[in-house]
Structure formats: structure tokens, C-alpha cells
Write a protein that binds this ligand. Structure first.
Ligand code: PLZ
Length: 445
């Protein structure tokens, strides 16, 4: 079925069949015969078209999207500037391979990344297709530039599903189980997790640094890789001062500080990057997801002396920085700026935090409410304890799904509900979504 580009989608959530509806159920049967069982089935409602914050399924149900395809469609579905830029680019040329014959949009995206990422030092970038690929390349570059091999990662970290990034990712099930052997020279240290460790940022950093210096040896360390706000690991916001202390330690010790801003970047937290909230200037920043509004694109942006240490031909890939994805990124950045969506992300955060905090006052299963901007979560626990309550998280998300709201679970223990609405969501839509989430929480307490 081909959807017309001009099909108008309503702005309201509307459930008109059981969910999944009959056509979705039919598609799901076909899927079972054709698609590997290894892929997660989040909610088997098959999407036909989407606009703004609304997804329309094949049965005509209108779902409110509070997940943005895992923090991707920040500027909303079918954002006009993106549709226009992509359509024109598709009709013009879809591919040459930047390494064979280059084109301007790739250069423009790299210029924008230099401008938007923190710090006014000289920077260059390389573009790739996925977050995992960006992380792999950031590690390659750090190793080559420093001549060292060890990479420091954190508890609860998520960096991807390729072989190296599986090693960098913390959680075994479902990401790593029986997929080894894994890449060597990856060392995991404790994260700052205020709800669970109660440590100040500087104390949590000192704990991590002590382990690095004692167990690994600073002269072996090429890079420290961290999500400034952890995504899949549970929207863990480190205590104030944790990131600055780590950043200072890397600078003092010739270690490359790599900020994985793949989930937290591009306006999501109310600034271009989550590290900006603490004034941290990473040596390398990895981006993907929100960068190109749904087209596959990822970036590695770093200090020119690191990025340019690589020999010609050392970085690349057939599709990296594909022209259709590149113009999508330019349209995304333009839209974020023109519609003042960073400010909007802050407002959305205030609304969501206020709503979840007030819910937490009379619901005992909410152990913690946290996040920044439009990246907000609640951690569910057994009442009166900090014991993770994954069953409750699942029940709440199921409730939301049945009522036409897409909310996502994260957390090492599967007990965190995250809200990642598109930044263009309206006040009414957000209030509607939060009401459903609230009713969901109340229904399972
Ligand atoms: N780094 C911080 O959040 C992707 C994973 C979905 P890719 N997170 C969503 C899943 O279950 O596969 C992610 C991330 C951070 C890296 C990645 C990896 O990005 O584009 O999925 O490779």
C-alpha cells in the first residue's frame, strides 16, 4: 500500500478497533513466517502513516507517539521541511558514495556538527549509518590517535549490537547472550546512579577513577566512553559534577573523552547535547537518532587533531553520509532552530516532571522520577523498597498501548518507563498522553 504524501492525519488519539486490530494481526502472522524471531515485538500494531505526534495504523487507529521511534523523530513525523528536502533529494540523486564522488550536503552536515557540538576548538567529522557504527569508529579513532587500546565504559551502558559495541554494552539479556566471544580491552566501571548509590558526582567519579587507575592503568587507556544521560540503561542522570570530574581526569591523563549523545543529543534534553548542561567539552561526540529525523545517519565529531590522525582511507563505508540522509539532517537542524524546539524540549520536561512527581505522591510503586528536557522517566519499585518492579512497568506500558499511547521501557532491570515525545507535541497531546500514563500507573499499583 502506498500512502499519499498529502494524506492528512488528525492530531488526536483515537482507538477504533481492539489493539492490535484485525489487519495488524494479519500482518503479524505474515511476519512470523518471514521475519526472524530474534527481533523484539514491542507492540505489533503495524503503521501505515504518521504525522506530528500521531501514528496511524493499518486499521485506522491513531496512536499518540511518546517514544519517537526511540528518540529519533524529534521534529515529528512527516515534518514538512524534512519531507520536502528528502523528496527533492531522492529525485535528484540517491547515492554516489562520498568516498567515490563527494557532494555538498555531506560537508554541510559536518560543518553543522562542528558548529553545534560543544567547544570552539577545530573539529572534523565523519558520517556513518547507525549509532553502533559511529561508536565503533569513535573507538577506532581514539585508539589510533593515542596508540593505546583500553576503553572504559560504565555499568548500565548501551552502545549498540555490533561485536565491539556488544562488548561496550553492559546488559547480557537480550543484547549479548551467547553472541560472544566479545572484543577485548573493554573495562567497565561503576556509573553515578543517584537513586541507587546516593553518592555525590565527585565521589562517584573518584570511585570510577580509582578502579581505572588501580585495575587497568591509566597509560593503557585510549578512551572513556559515556552516555551523559544513559538511555537503554534506565535514563540514569549522573549526579552533578560526575561528568566534569571524569572529563578533567581524561584531559589530565591523555585519555579521549567520548560522549555518546546518540539518544540524548539533538535537542532532546533541552540543549543541543546533554553534556552542555554541565559545561563538559568532550574530545569526541557521537550522534545518530535525532540527527536526521528518521533517516539513517550517524556522526563522529571530534578534535581535528584526533579525527585527522587517521590515514586516508582509514574511515568510510558505502552508505555513510548518504545524500538523502544528509539533507534530512540539514532539514532537521533547520527545523529544530526555526521552531525553537530546544526551548520546547525544556517546557515539555517541566510539564512531564510536574505530572510524574504529583503522580508519585500518591502511588507507591514510583521510586524515582528523573530526566532532562523531553527525556523523562520513572523508575518503578516494589512499594516501600528500591527493589525493581519490572512487572509493573510492563503492565503500565501494556495499559498505555491498549489505550493508544506508545511509551517505552528501559533500565537494566526493565523497570523504568521512559517518555520521549516528539518535541513538536502539542500541550493538549502531551496532557492526553500523561493522563493515560497516569491512569496506567494507578491501574497497577
Ligand atoms: N548509543 C546511547 O541509545 C541505540 C537501541 C534499540 P543504533 N539505542 C536504541 C535496540 O534495542 O537495538 C543507541 C543508544 C546509544 C548507541 C546506540 C546504538 O545506535 O543506531 O541502534 O546502532
Amino acid at each position: 500500500m502506498v500512502s499519499s504524501l498529502t494524506t492528512h492525519v488528525g492530531t488526536e488519539r483515537k482507538v477504533i478497533t481492539e489493539l492490535p486490530g484485525p489487519k495488524s494481526q494479519e500482518l503479524h502472522e505474515r511476519r512470523k513466517a518471514a521475519v526472524s524471531a530474534g527481533l523484539t515485538v514491542g507492540f505489533p500494531v503495524y503503521i501505515d502513516r504518521a504525522e506530528g505526534a500521531i501514528l496511524v495504523d493499518v486499521d485506522g487507529n491513531q496512536l499518540l507517539d511518546m517514544g519517537s521511534g526511540i528518540a529519533v523523530t524529534g521534529i515529528g513525523h512527516a515534518a514538512p521541511a524534512l519531507v520536502d528536502a528528502v523528496s527533492r533529494q531522492v529525485a535528484s540523486f540517491t547515492h554516489t558514495c562520498f568516498m567515490v564522488t563527494p557532494y555538498e550536503s555531506y560537508v554541510e552536515v559536518c560543518e553543522a556538527l562542528s558548529e553545534l557540538t560543544p567547544g570552539d576548538h577545530a573539529k572534523t567529522s565523519a558520517l556513518f549509518n547507525s549509532g553502533a557504527e559511529a561508536i565503533e569508529n569513535a573507538v577506532k579513532i581514539a585508539r589510533l590517535a593515542t596508540g593505546k587500546s583500553a576503553v572504559i565504559v560504565f555499568e548500565h551502558a548501551y552502545h549498540g549490537r555490533t561485536n565491539l559495541t556488544m562488548a561496550l554494552t553492559a546488559k547480557n539479556m537480550p543484547y549479548k547472550d551467547r553472541f560472544g566471544p566479545f572484543a577485548p580491552e573493554v573495562y567497565r566501571v561503576p556509573m553515578s546512579y543517584p537513586f541507587r548509590d546516593g553518592l555525590s558526582g565527585p565521589d562517584a567519579a573518584a570511585r570510577a577513577i580509582k578502579i581505572i587507575e588501580t585495575d587497568i592503568g591509566v597509560h593503557n587507556v585510549a578512551a572513556l566512553l559515556i552516555e551523559p544521560i544513559q538511555g537503554e540503561g534506565g535514563f540514569v542522570v549522573p549526579a552533578d559534577g560526575f561528568l566534569p570530574a571524569l572529563s578533567k581526569w581524561t584531559t589530565d591523563n591523555g585519555v579521549v573523552f567520548i560522549a555518546d549523545e546518540i539518544q540524548s543529543g539533538f535537542g532532546r534534553t533541552g540543549d543541543w547535547f546533554a553534556v552542555n548542561h554541565e559545561g563538559v567539552i568532550p574530545d569526541i561526540v557521537t550522534t545518530a537518532k535525532g540527527l536526521a529525523g528518521g533517516m539513517p545517519l550517524a556522526g563522529v565529531t571530534g578534535r581535528a587533531e584526533l579525527m585527522n590522525a587517521v590515514h586516508e582511507g582509514g574511515l568510510g563505508g558505502t552508505y555513510g553520509g548518504n545524500p538523502v540522509a544528509a539533507v534530512a539532517a540539514l532539514a532537521t537542524i533547520q527545523t529544530l532552530k526555526e521552531q525553537n524546539l530546544l526551548e520546547r524540549a525544556k517546557e515539555l520536561g517541566e510539564i512531564m516532571l510536574a505530572s510524574l512527581h504529583s503522580l508519585a505522591k500518591d502511588v507507591a510503586i514510583i521510586g524515582d522520577v528523573r530526566g532532562r528536557g523531553a527525556m523523562i522517566a520513572m523508575e518503578l519499585v516494589q512499594p516501600g523498597t528500591k527493589t525493581p518492579n519490572a512487572a509493573a512497568a510492563k503492565a503500565v506500558v501494556n495499559y498505555c498501548q491498549q489505550h493508544g499511547v506508545i511509551a517505552l521501557i528501559c533500565g537494566t532491570d526493565g523497570n523504568v518507563i521512559r517518555l520521549l515525545p516528539p518535541l513538536i507535541i502539542s500541550d493538549d497531546q502531551l496532557a492526553d498522553g500523561l493522563a493515560v500514563v497516569g491512569a496506567g500507573v494507578r491501574s497497577v499499583r
